[in-house]
Ligand binder design. Structure first.
Ligand code: ADP
Length: 701
């Protein structure tokens, strides 16, 4: 039993000696252990726990107990504060542990992870390099196979048709002529296939040079107009073949004489111009040439800027950055008929980098693209390039298929050049005029020859070693009693710069013509300077003189309505209408047999045979002006070369329908087409080109 001795409650203290309510905690305190009630008690003050602590006497026995009450509320507050601090402590510990773990992992685990990622990356890049290589090989064998197939196929046609031409040459002159004309077309196809092959091989060689670090920039003086002339010359005919306009816009004040790597500049421009034509189906390709406007003085470096814009297929924004990657070709399904290696732009960018230049591209998908290259070149002299566009148009754009415009068997001319090949070319070009042509291989020799005999015209190279053209001219004119004192002397020069003409005329030349010689311009000059009485007009093979108007043929309008471009057809026939008609007649007459041959190849699944047949159809259709049919045939040829049987089956009927309708239109417009069969051109049988030859080619990918 416990009783109160002291109760510090001042307001209502318990009486001394009152019995304290007995609890287990009180009992434990009585036995010497501090303790607290497990159950609180409630009175008018609130709810409380009582805590008890023993008080010991000097001998260690419990002498009394001190008790203290504390409210449940306070206790719980204490308890939750303690819980909070415990939780915080645990959290701090957790953070610390995690940090330590992270640091440990950084130090120990991360390198392993990194190594793994690196291995993965290497694996992916090795795989992609491998894939690029396989794609490259597949693409190359395809790209190379196509022109080789064309060469072999066309050669086969040449062999057959020349036999046919030979057989017919006595009997049916116009049929024989048609056969030889198509041989010419096939030969032209062989030539273009050869050029494609060469371009591919050159790309590959260039690329491997770049990869192995052996590509160098070789700088030398060059003429801007000569580079522009060459690239324009190359592209204008390609553009014309696709009925695209080729527009040239060159700043006249740009310096003509520059110092740099002419060959590489030419290659870069060729590349982007070729792409513009390749990836444009209609509209135009424009080449704009500019340079820093303030920089014109010799010794300064001008940033030459050439922009090539087209109205072609354009490039998707997400594809723009892929453009310059090697072997990268965009939208292969869409561009499957376009030849290319996917190396051109990679090479271009690399070449520009080597020359401190750059390339940029802007494009709108479906509308067209602009590729702009900028390249710094040193200026050698301030002489301006002048009106390049006009000169170019005069020289090239007016060209028509050539046939000599006059004969002059009584005329005698002298050609002077120190390069033998140039003499051979000039003599060859003028052969058909039947003039008597003497040649001299240098200035001194020309002076000797001019002393011996009178010439009607002298063509004199300007730049020759020892005695140049100007000096030779001076001596010929000055020689006492010279038979050539008054003979017109025309300067032959590679110098196409603006102002050159005036310079040569001032030197005493009668005129001037640039090399490489354009035979039309040369004939025009000769007509101007040869004595009129020695000139004979050239009769055409039908006995008509040039310029005589052929009787109008009213069937052409019907042909045009049927989609045949008679203008183009006539152009290919050198505007010889009767020749064109004989070709059309032969074309229509052969159509049935050739269609049968196509059906046969299809049913035998003989794709090489199909390719050769459809290739011939492409050329002959192009020649008569049936351009839509020619285009369809080209697509089918591509499909056949690829062995794409699904594509052939899909479009074969449309092709033969179109072929039949073109032939029918010709038959109804041309009375002779119906009767042509009787004159007997023989049936030209298409068969697969030598299978064994085809087979050694790699399989298509
Ligand atoms: P390719 O030999 O295929 O033409 P390039 O490296 O010259 O290779 O060009 C890479 C790709 O860029 C082409 O396959 C084509 O998809 C795209 N390309 C290049 N020039 C043009 C352009 N003027 N218009 C549209 N696409 C172009």
């Amino acid at each position: 039993m416990f009783t109160f001795t002291v109760d510090p409650d001042l307001e209502s203290p318990a009486d001394f000696g009152d019995i304290v309510e007995y609890t287990a905690a009180l009992d434990r305190a009585g036995h010497g252990t501090s303790s607290v009630d497990e159950v609180p008690y409630t009175d008018s003050w609130g709810e409380f726990y009582s805590a008890y602590s023993p008080v010991f006497d000097s001998s260690g026995n419990v002498a009394g107990i001190i008790a203290a009450d504390f409210s449940v509320e306070w206790f719980e507050e204490q308890l939750s504060a303690q819980t909070r601090s415990t939780v915080i402590s645990y959290a701090v510990i957790l953070v610390l542990v995690l940090s330590v773990a992270a640091i440990l992992s950084l130090v120990t685990v991360r390198p392993f992870v990194r190594m793994q990622a690196q291995l993965l990356e290497e694996k992916v890049s090795a795989e992609s390099a491998n894939r690029a290589k396989s794609d490259f090989l597949a693409n190359m064998s395809h790209e190379i196979r196509t022109p080789i197939n064309a060469v072999l196929g066309m050669n086969e046609m040449i062999v057959r048709e020349s036999a046919q031409g030979r057989a017919l040459s006595g009997a049916d002159v116009s049929a024989a002529r048609a056969a030889f004309e198509s041989i010419g077309l096939y030969a032209r196809d062989v030539e273009s296939a050869g050029h494609s092959l060469l371009a591919i091989v050159n790309d590959i060689l260039d690329f491997s040079k770049i990869e192995s670090g052996h590509m160098n920039v070789v700088e030398a003086p060059y003429q801007l107009s000569s580079v522009l002339n060459d690239v324009s010359n190359m592209i204008v005919f390609k553009a014309r073949d696709k009925a695209l306009d080729f527009i040239i816009d060159v700043d006249e004040s740009l310096p003509e004489n520059l110092f740099g790597d002419e060959i590489r500049v030419r290659q870069i421009l060729t590349n982007i111009l070729n792409n513009a034509v390749k990836y444009t189906e209609k509209g135009s390709v424009t080449m704009t040439v500019r340079g820093d406007s303030e920089v014109r003085a010799p010794g300064q470096v001008i940033r030459l800027k050439v922009a090539v814009s087209d109205t072609g297929i354009g490039i998707k924004p997400e594809d723009l950055e892929k453009l310059f990657a090697k072997f990268e070709r965009l939208e292969l399904d869409r561009n499957s008929t376009v030849e290319g290696t996917g190396l051109g732009l990679a090479i271009t960018r690399h070449l520009l980098k080597m020359m401190d230049g750059e390339i940029s591209v802007e494009s709108e998908y479906g509308k067209g693209s602009v590729f702009t290259v900028t390249v710094p070149q040193k200026i050698i002299s301030a002489e301006p390039v002048g009106d390049f566009q006009k000169r170019f148009e005069e020289n090239v754009l007016e060209k028509k298929p050539y046939s000599e415009s006059f004969r002059a068997p009584d005329a005698r001319i002298l050609i002077v050049d120190d390069t033998k090949m140039n003499l051979t070319v000039a003599v060859g070009l003028l052969k058909n005029t039947e003039m008597r042509i003497d040649t001299a291989d240098g200035g001194a020799r020309s002076v000797e020859m001019a002393a011996e005999r009178a010439y009607d015209v002298i063509l004199m190279d300007q730049r020759m070693p020892e005695m140049d053209g100007t000096e030779a001219l001076r001596r010929i004119r000055a020689a006492a009693g010279s038979p050539n004192e008054k003979t017109p002397v025309v300067c032959l020069t590679a110098d196409a710069v603006a102002g050159a003409r005036e310079r040569y005329l001032a030197d005493g030349f009668s005129d001037y013509i640039t090399k490489p010689i354009d035979v039309r311009a040369l004939e025009k000059l000769l007509l101007k300077y040869l004595p009129a009485e020695k000139i004979e007009a050239v009769p055409t093979e039908d006995g008509e003189t040039p310029g005589a108007v052929a009787p109008a043929f009213d069937g052409f309008a019907a042909l045009r309505e049927a989609g045949i471009d008679t203008k183009t057809g006539l152009m290919y026939c050198r505007d010889d209408e009767s020749f064109y008609r004989s070709l059309l007649a032969e074309y229509a007459q052969e159509a049935r047999e050739k269609t049968n041959a196509l059906h046969r190849f299809l049913s035998k699944e003989d794709w090489p045979g199909y390719a050769v047949a459809v290739h011939a159809l492409k050329s002959t259709s192009k020649m008569i002006g049936a351009s839509e049919l020619s285009r369809c045939a080209a697509e089918m040829e591509k499909a056949a070369n690829e062995g794409n049987s699904a594509a052939i089956r899909r479009s074969h009927a449309a092709l033969s329908d179109l072929y039949a309708s073109v032939a029918a239109a010709i038959r109804s417009a041309l009375p002779e087409a119906e009767t042509y069969a009787e004159s007997g051109t023989g049936v030209l049988e298409f068969a697969p080109a030598e299978d064994d030859v085809m087979e050694f080619l790699p399989d298509d990918p």
